[in-house]
Design a protein around this ligand. Structure first.
Ligand code: ADP
Ligand code: MG
Length: 245
């Protein structure tokens, strides 16, 4: 992705969040462009999940600015939005993938993946048709009618990826999406995640402890005590940055 031309999807400045005595975010600046995969690394308690939740409109920071460019080109400020407004933004513009997939066990794969569309008012048949297409795209052909308990960990996580894509969200967030998987499965899930987000010109932010996962992203942000303390680039990005000078 050419960094000079791809539009910024998310632009956060000076984001802070306090929990009682703990300053979980101490003023974070970050921008995410379309087509970019960004990893966030750091010790436990460094603020990674809090940052992800602020950027994904799950929680509201105490101060700072988070501007999101929506699919229609309008720019909205997430900081200060009430819960109803944030929830509407999440439904239309954000996909979220959790470590333990958080799929509904009594529903099938396709029913789980279709949920965001059904909640947004799409008729069930259409929603499940689109969900089935995403499942097939993610290598789950023939498994759409299985309940979650009948899937392996890697397959369930790919259903969660489908669920996060099905509304066409331009921004996708994942909190340790491979944390519960063995390394071969982790590689497959990361391939599916990159192919369905950054390679489709979406923005991806992925919190991870896994250096193999981080290495496959375009950029890695390093957090410590609620701050970004460093940034590293994938080899191809480094080469581009070098040749631009
Ligand atoms: P990480 O994801 O890097 O492990 P977190 O963002 O979960 O870090 O947490 C950052 C800090 O904020 C930690 O000290 C944590 O204990 C604290 N924290 C996070 N969420 C809450 C919460 N809901 N209530 C109180 N403290 C919290
Ligand atoms: Mg965390």
């Amino acid at each position: 992705m050419n960094e000079t031309t791809s539009p910024t999807l998310l632009h956060a400045v000076g984001v802070t969040k306090r929990y009682g005595d703990v300053l979980a975010l101490a003023g974070v600046d970050v921008s995410i462009r379309a087509g970019e995969a960004v990893a966030v690394m750091g010790a436990s308690g460094s603020g990674k999940t809090t940052l992800l939740h602020c950027l994904a409109a799950v929680i509201s920071p105490d101060s700072g600015s988070i501007r999101m460019t929506r699919p229609n080109g309008s720019v909205i400020e997430l900081v200060g939005m009430d819960e109803d407004a944030r929830s509407a933004v999440r439904r239309s513009s954000i996909g979220f993938i959790f470590q333990d997939h958080l799929l509904l066990p009594d529903l099938t794969a396709v029913e789980n993946a279709a949920l965001p569309l059904i909640m947004a008012g799409t008729p069930r048949v259409d929603a499940e048709h689109r969900a089935a297409q995403w499942l097939a795209h993610l290598g789950l052909d023939g498994m759409q009618d299985r309940r979650i308990g009948q899937l392996s960990g890697g397959q369930a996580q790919r259903v969660a990826i489908a669920r996060a894509q099905v509304n066409g969200a331009p921004m996708v967030f994942a909190d340790e999406p491979t944390g519960a998987l063995d390394s071969a499965t982790s590689t497959d899930v990361m391939t599916a995640l990159l192919q369905s987000t950054a390679r489709q010109n979406r923005g991806l932010v992925v919190v991870t402890h896994d250096a193999d996962v981080a290495r496959r992203c375009d950029r890695v942000l390093h957090m410590q005590d609620g701050r970004l303390v460093g940034e590293s680039f994938a080899p191809q990005q480094r080469a581009e940055a070098g040749s631009a000078r």
